[in-house]
Design a protein around this ligand. Structure first.
Ligand SMILES: CC(C)(COP(=O)(O)OP(=O)(O)OC[C@H]1O[C@@H](n2cnc3c(N)ncnc32)[C@H](O)[C@@H]1OP(=O)(O)O)[C@@H](O)C(=O)NCCC(=O)NCCS
Length: 182
């Protein structure tokens, strides 16, 4: 892994680089079901909604300050009882895949999401039927357990896409109640 990698909370100034990274995966990949890349303004709005809710959004930078990837975790659903469960997302610059940056970002996100009060983290991972993408390897390696798969629920780039469900406990999980009920 890049020894000079630093991971820190995202700021509004990072929205442009983040939108650029995501746009590549929207246009060329199947990890996201979006088809039209959100513009910088939309991305900045998504970031501030999450950050204002106290959820983590992290960026990984190289030693020159360039953003190489980002990861965030937001409440799993909008309804109140989801308060302690989050869903993660993680995207790297397309020319920096497979160098351990994802592993470092996800480890930092797990830590930050636990510190934000979340007790469970869920990953919804899209994959072409029969494929085993890096995102599945990444989450399995980080302690996520497979919970099931929805088959062919997505259609992108002329292919049917499955969605795998994975889950990981954060902190004390369900061994203790939260300090405050939703
Ligand atoms: C998924 C993603 C974040 C992983 O980050 P990464 O830096 O490429 O992955 P890492 O180098 O940290 O590798 C993580 C694990 O995946 C494995 N891996 C990496 N690339 C792989 C590939 N193409 N196929 C299978 N396994 C792969 C690595 O061997 C490693 O496992 P190990 O720790 O047991 O050796 C990154 O590839 C990415 O941005 N992909 C496109 C967008 C995406 O799929 N996002 C996920 C949405 S939830």
């Amino acid at each position: 892994m890049n020894a000079a990698l630093t991971i820190s909370p995202a700021t509004p100034a990072d929205a442009c680089a983040i939108a650029d990274i995501y746009a590549h995966h929207v246009l060329h990949g199947v990890a996201t079901f979006e088809i039209v890349p959100p513009d910088v303004r939309e991305m900045a709005g998504r970031m501030s909604s999450l950050l204002d809710a106290g959820s983590p959004w992290l960026v990984a930078r190289d030693d020159g300050g360039e953003i190489l990837g980002y990861a965030y975790a937001g409440q799993l659903g909008p309804r109140a009882a989801f308060r302690f469960a989050c869903e993660d997302s993680i995207y790297l610059r397309h020319d920096r895949l497979g160098q351990g940056i994802g592993r470092a970002l996800l480890a930092a996100l797990i830590e930050a999401a636990g510190a934000s009060g979340f007790r469970q983290m869920v990953a919804l991972i899209a994959a072409v039927a029969g494929a085993y993408p890096a995102s599945l390897a990444l989450h399995a390696r980080a302690g996520f357990a497979a919970c099931g798969k929805l088959e062919s629920v997505g259609r992108k780039h002329g292919q049917w896409i499955d969605v795998h469900y994975l889950q990981r406990v954060l902190g004390e999980g369900d061994r203790t109640p939260p300090s405050q009920e939703p």
